[in-house]
Design a protein around this ligand. Structure first.
Ligand SMILES: Cc1cc2nc3c(=O)[nH]c(=O)nc-3n(C[C@H](O)[C@H](O)[C@H](O)COP(=O)(O)O)c2cc1C
Length: 195
């Protein structure tokens, strides 16, 4: 199996992390992968705001949870039984799952391809993280983490331009020791259409 294919098949969303911070060299490699992602018209508009401040991450993760309204899990419909998401477990109050590193991807509000640019960068980063032994999780609707006065204060503290918005967060941390690596759900049939 090629190294690339192996990483793609191995990557899973990780929502249970060790407390220890990820190595700086590893973080730099993950950020490099984001910087080298494709971007619409080669504009490279995505900003990567790295927060390793646990208090800030916890508070933003709680704001994000408070402003998220996921459809809660049922016996037959759930996100993950092995690494429950906020949609699976109503007791989870931090939408960032206590990840030690949270990277918010910001992009211009008035650019048609901002979401796609961030998603491309995110996948590059998550695959690189997996290949380096770091767990990751994509958190959508990143703007919800800044949806109250504290979040707005953080945007000012980080000097985020007012014409940019938070598309998503990438959570990073070492997978918790003793946890089995999650297995993927079976792939749904009929999604490849050939003509
Ligand atoms: C656009 C998008 C938004 C997502 N938002 C969240 C989220 O807010 N919280 C979360 O725990 N996981 C989120 N995820 C992760 C998905 O739940 C996860 O990718 C999916 O359940 C498949 O699991 P896997 O990543 O292990 O293959 C998101 C993924 C994508 C692509």
């Amino acid at each position: 199996m090629s190294e690339c294919r192996g990483t793609i098949l191995h990557r899973r969303s990780i929502r249970r992390f060790e407390e220890r911070q990820i190595d700086e060299g590893v973080l730099q490699r993950i950020l490099e992968a984001g910087l080298y992602a494709p971007s619409a018209a080669g504009r490279q508009g995505v900003l990567f705001a790295v927060s390793q401040d646990r208090a800030v991450n916890e508070r933003l993760g709680k704001i994000k949870r408070a402003h998220s309204h996921p459809q809660m899990a049922t016996a037959t419909s759930y996100v993950s039984k092995e690494q429950p998401s906020i949609a699976d477990d109503p007791h989870l109050q931090n939408a960032f799952y206590d990840a030690p590193t949270v990277i918010t991807l910001f992009a211009p509000k008035n650019f048609l391809f901002s979401a796609e640019d961030c998603a491309c960068a995110a996948e590059n980063m998550m695959l690189t993280a997996d290949s380096l032994g770091v767990g990751s999780c994509y958190v959508g609707q990143g703007f919800a983490a800044f949806a109250d006065p504290y979040g707005q204060e953080i945007l000012r503290r980080w000097n985020i331009r007012t014409d940019y918005y938070a598309v998503a967060q990438i959570l990073l941390g070492y997978p918790r020791a003793g946890d089995a690596h999650p297995t993927p759900k079976p792939r749904k049939d009929g999604r490849i259409l050939r003509f």
